[in-house]
Design a protein around this ligand. Structure first.
Ligand code: GSH
Length: 95
């Protein structure tokens, strides 16, 4: 029973995970990440923030992440900055 409950909590935490991508439309590294998102068909799992249009998102990126660099993936509000790392995370997490 305890094992079953633990498994349920694990499943809930996996499904409740909030994933956000902070990006700029003209950014090469953001496009590299976007290509992988396209290939994997996982757009619906990610909340996108264009920091050229969304001032609050840019402020949040700098406040939480410490710098305005994009792409930046927030997983449950934890920032991940490097495109290579982001791509690896996406492939490991959702493949
Ligand atoms: N090594 C980084 C490079 C990212 C990068 O250079 N992003 C540019 C936009 S394409 C940027 O955010 N520059 C502004 C800054 O670093 O403050 C990656 O692979 O993600």
């Amino acid at each position: 029973m305890v094992k079953l409950l633990s498994l349920c909590f694990l499943c809930l935490s996996v499904f409740a995970e909030k994933v956000e991508l902070f990006y700029l439309p003209g950014c090469y590294w953001c496009r590299e990440v976007d290509k992988v998102i396209d290939e994997m068909h996982v757009h619906s799992k990610i909340e996108f923030h264009d920091i050229s249009k969304d001032r609050d998102a840019r402020i949040r990126l700098v406040t939480v992440g410490g710098k305005p660099q994009v792409p930046c993936l927030f997983v449950d509000n934890k920032p991940m900055y490097e495109s290579r790392e982001i791509i690896d995370w996406l492939k490991t997490r959702w493949k």
